[in-house]
Design a protein around this ligand. Structure first.
Ligand code: C5P
Length: 403
């Protein structure tokens, strides 16, 4: 079969969670794309999904126990070495914990610990378990061990509650697998413009209104877009950080300069990511000379700056995709969704100042991405570099859907 995964060997691990019913669809998608798939499930997964269905769809016996019916040993080492990639979907809280500590109490764990190929896990659990400090610790361990930990989605959960913890949809997991095994550059032939950093709005020749943005998130996104093959222009406010030299960087100071640079480039691009912390207002007049200390009080009159994201959102054509950011201190999700609509964006990446370890200037970030139609995905705390790759992989998926 000549699918995008033709010739690839994929070992699909399934653990015991409600989301296991979606693994059947994932298996079908993998087979349809031409992959050879072998399935290993944990004993508890058999309560959620039928081994007979998995064996029929994969056209291979499903491995569950160490010893098969005919007293043959299931060779976990060879299974772990056979695959080009191992994907565990869903991965329960229990399996995440065992994998992080190296506990080997079933065949799937033995396969994971014998693996010589990349291992990708798609977590699925209830929100309280997902947010628990122990789970976060375990996932950080898996990431630092070099495994690919996919985010979870926000929505209805097995418990009947609504929140973070849903397994990603099979099509999205498939897109991650394709990107991983093909090492492809999904944005070749496309171009992108990114804004990053703060803006400085002059008050007089020596003073300005500014903010604490370091620009790192937007710079990492520009790097990731360029690495994915897009010809990328970065419009960067005043910061000491710089993008890779392959990115075409235009340095600006004020919001108006940033707006002018973006408005000039945007019509020729397919992707716009507005990650800059643009000053909403600027002084109505800029004093020619340094303002002297005089009266007890000094009032500055401010006027509104143009909204760059809104300009791109309102002027985009059907083949252009526009992404914005939202940094909120309260009512985060509601504000982000409102921003998505008001600025006619295709995605809003929401970060909260309430998240520990994800503040201005930090190397890490924790975000939820909102899209039209009520779609959202929550990511755990991760490096801005890794997060940029996640955002770009979602952009690549959405831009190809538009084409
Ligand atoms: O409205 P608010 O400033 O919260 O929106 C944040 C989003 O809008 C970010 O993506 C930011 O880069 C963008 N923005 C912009 N131009 C402005 C203000 C915000 O592009 N003047």
């Amino acid at each position: 079969m000549n699918g995008i995964l033709s010739g690839k060997k994929i070992l699909l691990g399934i653990t015991g969670g409600i989301a296991a019913y979606k693994s059947i669809l994932l298996l079908r998608l993998l087979v349809k794309e031409g992959a050879t798939v072998q399935v290993v499930i944990t004993p508890s997964a058999a309560s959620f999904v039928s081994p007979l269905v998995l064996a029929t769809l994969s056209k291979h016996p499903v491995a569950i126990e160490w010893v098969k019916d005919d007293a043959q040993w299931a060779n976990h080492v060879m299974l772990g070495r056979w695959a080009d990639i191992i994907v565990v979907a869903p991965t329960t809280c229990n399996t995440i914990s065992k994998f992080a500590t190296g506990l080997c109490d079933n065949l799937l764990m033995a396969v994971l610990l014998s693996a010589t190929c990349p291992v990708m896990i798609a977590p699925a659990m209830d929100e309280d378990m997902w947010l628990h400090a122990a789970t976060n610790r375990n996932m950080a361990t898996l990431r630092s061990d070099g495994h690919i930990v996919l985010p979870v989605a926000h929505g209805e959960l097995g418990s009947g509650l609504t929140g973070e913890g849903r397994m990603l949809e099979p099509e999205i997991i498939l897109a991650h697998i394709v990107q991983m095994v093909s090492g492809s550059k999904p944005l070749v032939g496309l171009s992108a413009v990114v804004t990053a950093g703060p803006t400085h709005e002059p008050i007089d020749p020596v003073r300005f209104i500014g903010n604490h943005s370091s620009g790192l998130m937007g710079i990492e996104i520009a790097n990731a877009l360029q690495a994915a093959g897009a010809q990328t222009t970065l419009v960067l406010g005043p910061t000491h950080l710089r993008a890779n030299s392959a990115v075409n960087t235009i340095m600006v100071t004020t919001a108006q300069q940033m707006f002018d640079a973006v408005a000039n480039v945007f019509p020729d691009t397919q992707i716009g990511v507005m990650a800059a912390a643009v000053a909403d207002y600027r002084p109505a007049t800029v004093a020619d000379q340094k303002i002297k200390k005089q009266a007890h009080e000094l009032a500055l009159s401010l006027v509104k700056n143009p909204d760059i994201l809104q300009h791109c959102g309102m002027n985009k054509s059907t083949n252009q995709l526009v992404v914005g950011f939202a940094l909120e201190t309260n009512n985060e999700a509601a504000n982000a969704i409102e921003k998505l609509q008001r600025k006619n964006a295709d995605m809003i990446v929401m970060n909260s100042l309430q998240d520990e370890g994800a503040t201005f200037g930090s190397a890490n970030n924790k975000v939820t991405i909102f899209e039209p139609g009520g779609l959202s995905q929550s990511f755990p705390l991760m490096s801005k570099q890794d997060l940029a790759k996640e955002i770009v992989s979602l952009i690549a998926k959405r831009i190809h859907e538009k084409a």
